[in-house]
Design a protein around this ligand. Structure first.
Ligand SMILES: NC(=O)c1ccc[n+]([C@@H]2O[C@H](COP(=O)([O-])OP(=O)(O)OC[C@H]3O[C@@H](n4cnc5c(N)ncnc54)[C@H](O)[C@@H]3O)[C@@H](O)[C@H]2O)c1
Length: 383
């Protein structure tokens, strides 16, 4: 059967996400299994062009993975006629300029979130992309986590009856960097460099809520900086100016209330690094990265409040595991495959730059809600 090659500029490939999730676990993983099978029986073969700022790092990555096509010259890469897609996993603050260049060059664009640091820029990018007639997409990896896939399946199957509320806990302790090195890049903790947990995580929570439960209509948030001094990659102390915890309340269509805590200053006492509890009239579920457990109405115990006696009920044991019933591939790869099919054969796709802009909108309004100490409604974006 025939094979079509599709050239993809991968920018930011020396970073955590760009290298591990996008190059290795997605693009190279697709090549390792012979390319992407298309509906007409042909195969799509992704050909990466690695782009970054450091020749030495790019060469090392290329050598390690048997690749030869890399450059530090983004405009030159975008001028190539054998490149159809631009992908961006750079630091957030560098993204806007690069996406504009790619759209100008007529390339389809796929990008990490948040698409921009401000709503104004995010909307402008979406408009430019529409006007250029290119296809565009933004990473929505959390939707592809096995735990959340099973949760979405429960919603689709009507398990919950009427959904009442969603409670999310996300986070873990990110070391300050003095006596143990930090496990996340330091730019995340500086506002001037595009950092902050609200801008980082609210776009994720937005697409999770919107796509699994329904449109988000209002936000109330408290974003704060619990740890204000950290040590960077070179062991130098710096002022952590960005928020490292965000306590958010999201109001959805149908009266669903979602409350999600995000923090890099919390120690984990959960089964997974993110967990969502969903309560509905007919049943409840707790979903994490991999697992999803349920408690239907008919199996709901009847606890009675009695502070005088230690409880004898083992509440966690009263939930039942939802089986996988399918094979879940890496979420980033699953989304790459969907975007490639969208480009190559006009397959279905929902997470475009407008969806990305709505994520930035909820982050921006969340930060404003926190600053002003009030609840904010979320207006529809004008196209
Ligand atoms: N989808 C997710 O779950 C997820 C998780 C983490 C991060 N992200 C997003 O991915 C992007 C990259 O995050 P990361 O954690 O991989 O960051 P990182 O610091 O590990 O990588 C950043 C990349 O950007 C490049 N870069 C370009 N201009 C730069 C500049 N001026 N200063 C510093 N680096 C510059 C670096 O060389 C590097 O390749 C961010 O936008 C972040 O919001 C997404």
């Amino acid at each position: 059967m025939s094979r079509t090659t599709i050239g993809i500029v991968l920018n930011g490939v020396t970073g955590r996400m760009g290298l591990r999730q996008h190059l290795i676990r997605s693009v190279l993983a697709i090549r390792e299994t012979g390319g992407l099978p298309l509906a007409d029986g042909s195969t799509l073969w992704p050909e990466p062009v690695l782009v970054g700022r450091s020749e030495a790092k790019l060469r090392a990555i290329a050598d390690q993975h048997g690749l030869t096509d890399w450059t530090t010259d983004l405009p030159a890469a975008l001028a190539r006629s054998d490149v159809q897609i631009y992908f961006d996993a750079q630091v957030t603050s560098a993204r806007d300029k690069a996406l504009r260049m790619a759209i100008d060059a007529g390339k389809h664009v796929y990008t990490e979130k948040p698409v921009a640091e401000t709503l104004e820029n995010a909307v402008e990018l979406a408009r430019l992309a529409d006007a250029a007639g290119i296809k565009h997409g933004v990473v929505q990896d959390k939707l592809y986590l096995p735990g959340l896939r099973k949760l979405a399946r429960l919603v689709r199957g009507g398990f919950f009856g009427r959904v009442l509320s969603v409670r999310g806990e996300f986070g873990y302790w990110v070391f300050e960097g003095d006596w143990q090195s930090a496990q996340r890049p330091s730019w995340n903790y500086r506002t001037a460099d595009g950092g902050g947990i609200t801008l980082d995580m609210f776009p994720h929570w937005h697409y999770v809520l919107e796509q699994i439960f329904g449109p988000v209509r209002a936000v109330t948030a408290l974003s704060t900086t619990h740890i204000d001094r950290r040590w960077d990659e070179d062991g130098q102390p710096y002022d952590a100016t960005a928020d490292d915890a965000a306590y958010g309340l999201f109001e959805l269509d149908g009266g669903v209330v979602a409350q999600i805590n995000s923090s890099w200053a919390v120690r984990v006492n959960r089964d997974e690094l993110v967990e969502f509890q969903v309560d509905g009239t007919l049943g409840s579920a707790v979903a994490g990265l991999h697992h999803c457990r349920v408690q239907p109405r008919a199996a709901t115990p009847k606890p009675v409040w009695n502070p005088d006696e230690p409880t004898t009920q083992r509440f966690r044991g009263q939930w039942q595991e939802v089986p996988d019933n399918e094979v879940f591939i890496n979420g980033f790869r699953a989304q790459w495959e969907q975007f490639l099919r969208y480009v190559a054969e006009d397959g279905p796709y929902t997470g475009d730059l407008w969806a990305g802009a709505r994520g930035v909108q909820v982050a921006e309004l969340g930060l404003r809600s926190s600053r002003e100490g009030r609840r904010l409604e979320i207006p529809e974006l004008l196209r």
